[in-house]
Write a protein that binds this ligand. Structure first.
Ligand code: SAM
Ligand code: SF4
Ligand code: F3S
Length: 514
């Protein structure tokens, strides 16, 4: 079996795609994962094109692999030197093979819609074919898939839709992921039921705009027709089509999902974010729904929102956040922001700072505007100098750190339920004793509100995948620290599932690399 190394850049969709690629190759007995590209027979770069820097990272990683080829002997049957190298993800989709001119050592290029064909593509490369491209979008209206994960895990990403029809003026995603298509509710329920039977306790429903789940789906299966509304107007799928709320309620009620404890989702667009979805956060709403919302806003200035073609005003967004906080005061909020969009003035930027004060996010993902070829914004003059973009980005992040510091400090003294995601990367919370011995391990997990909680434990227990009660004892601007509330019944209550050991923290942030 080939050893496979996949380098992943970009958002959760790419992370889920990487997991799918590995699962498909393992299933077909074509490969097993390795952590070291030097050891690999197949190297895949799963690239992201959302910003210029992300593309550069993927391309420079590709460049680094050239040496592996150069230093390997020629394989007599295929004439190929060294590992098979493939470029995929959103970078592969856009490149369409131009890259072969600069990187002739690359074997093939493929896009996100070709992932299920990966075993055949690898076969073709094995048989000696080179420089082929598979970037056709799937033209059918329906979308059907089965989630594939590696090993036994407590958390899983579940794609419920793909593509994006929003065409925000700055964004490349509609060009890399194609038109919106949704799975059916029934297929999604069956899929999640299988995951839950295999030990999964938290799912993150994935899509570029999950709130438009169901739109245009030709395969709806008779869920009660219902229109959704918000302050901006009628939203989401038309009557007769399935919608995101029905999916959440169906997940809440399906007896096969009884052991599923948390449902997360990402991302949404304020235009399609419905009042009915806000109601799901109420105490009599969808109890499995995590008390967290990541709702990208991009800017606090109406003038900039209009140039971005976000199709709503900042007052609408604030009203949505106010209503949600009224219904669910403990909700944790996060957002995406862009600074330095064409024509952004200091006054526009001040409105973005004011938005942070008004909404009180736990966390933000902020980016300097990067023109993407082919988008409408790329035809506008990129007139905010890089130095100004970077200075605004820093000011924004510093401003948010102060807000988050206060918000996190409010949690000290509370007992929170934490799903343990693994051992913390940094174990420096543990101070050595007088003899220089470090006792215990630092575990890390997340609350329902998506706050990171670290705690020390000196027992030899494996807490991976367990829901535990932790008393918060300290806080920073980014995380909470706590003590495990020792529960004499832990052994009986804990799940009788052994989760895969090498599991590291799930990615729930907007960006992984890039
Ligand atoms: N569909 C999601 C949404 O609408 O928010 C995610 C879109 S994108 C994968 C993630 C974030 O990248 C966006 O929310 C936006 O803040 C940022 N982004 C997208 N295009 C960008 C660009 N050209 N320059 C800088 N940041 C960008
Ligand atoms: Fe991009 Fe999100 Fe806008 Fe779609 S909704 S175009 S993915 S920023
Ligand atoms: Fe593609 Fe996600 Fe990047 S959809 S462009 S990998 S942010």
């Amino acid at each position: 079996m080939k050893k496979v190394y996949i380098k992943t850049f970009g958002c959760q969709m790419n992370v889920a795609d990487t997991e799918r690629m590995l699962a498909l190759l393992t299933e077909k007995e074509q490969g097993i994962p390795t952590e070291d590209p030097k050891d690999a027979d197949l190297i895949i770069i799963n690239g992201c094109s959302v910003r210029d820097k992300a593309v550069h990272k993927a391309v420079s990683f590709l460049g680094e692999q050239q040496l592996l080829k150069r230093n390997s002997p020629i394989e007599p049957t295929t004439g190929r030197k060294g590992p098979i190298i493939a470029l995929g993800g959103c970078v592969g989709q856009l490149d369409k093979g131009e890259v072969f001119k600069r990187a002739p050592y690359l074997d093939f290029v493929f896009g996100p819609d070709a992932i299920d064909q990966l075993p055949e593509l690898v076969d073709r490369a094995e048989r000696g074919q080179r420089h082929f491209v598979q970037v056709e979008f799937d033209k059918t209206l329906s979308y059907s898939t089965q989630t594939k994960i590696q090993g036994t895990k407590a958390q899983a990403f579940v794609n419920i839709m793909k593509g994006c029809d929003k065409y925000c003026t700055y964004c490349i995603v509609p060009f890399t992921r194609g038109k919106e298509k949704s799975r059916t509710i029934q297929e999604t329920l069956d899929d999640v039921a299988q995951l839950v039977a295999g030990g999964v306790r938290e799912v993150t429903l994935l899509g570029q705009n999950v709130n438009s789940f169901g739109k245009g789906n030709p395969n709806t299966q008779g869920f009660e027709p219902k229109e959704l509304h918000n302050i901006i107007g009628k939203v989401g799928p038309r009557a007769g089509e399935e919608n995101f709320n029905q999916l959440l309620w169906a997940m809440e009620r399906d007896p096969r999902l009884e052991k599923l404890k948390r449902i997360r989702y990402t991302s949404s667009h304020p235009l399609d974010f419905s009042d009915e979805l806000i109601e799901c956060y109420a105490p009599n709403g969808v109890t499995k729904l995590a008390k967290h919302l990541h709702l990208p806003v991009q800017s606090g200035s109406n003038r900039i929102l209009q140039k971005m073609a976000r199709h709503h005003q900042i007052e609408h967004y604030i009203a949505q956040m106010d209503r949600l906080k009224e219904i669910c005061p403990e909700v944790g909020l996060s957002t995406d922001l862009i600074v330095g969009f064409p024509t952004e003035t200091e006054e526009d930027f001040q409105q973005t700072l004011a938005l942070l004060d008004r909404v009180q996010y736990d966390n933000i993902y902020a980016f300097a505007y990067s023109p993407r070829p082919g988008t409408r914004a790329s035809k506008m003059e990129d007139d905010v100098p890089n130095a100004v973009k970077n200075e605004r980005l820093n000011r924004l992040l510093q401003h948010q750190l102060k807000i988050a510091k206060n918000r996190y400090a409010e949690r000290v003294g509370q007992v929170m339920e934490v799903l343990v995601e693994g051992q913390a990367k940094h174990q420096n919370m543990i101070k050595p004793d007088a003899e220089g011995q470090s006792l215990g391990r630092v575990w890390t997990g997340r609350t329902t509100c998506n706050r990171v909680v670290n705690f020390i434990d000196t027992s030899a227990r494996n807490y991976l995948g367990q829901f535990l009660k932790v008393k918060i004892t300290a806080s920073t601007s980014l995380s909470l620290q706590g003590e495990l509330v020792h529960d004499p019944h832990f052994a009986e209550q804990s799940e009788n599932v052994s989760y895969s050991g090498s599991y590291t923290s799930a990615v729930t942030s907007s960006e992984v690399v890039g």
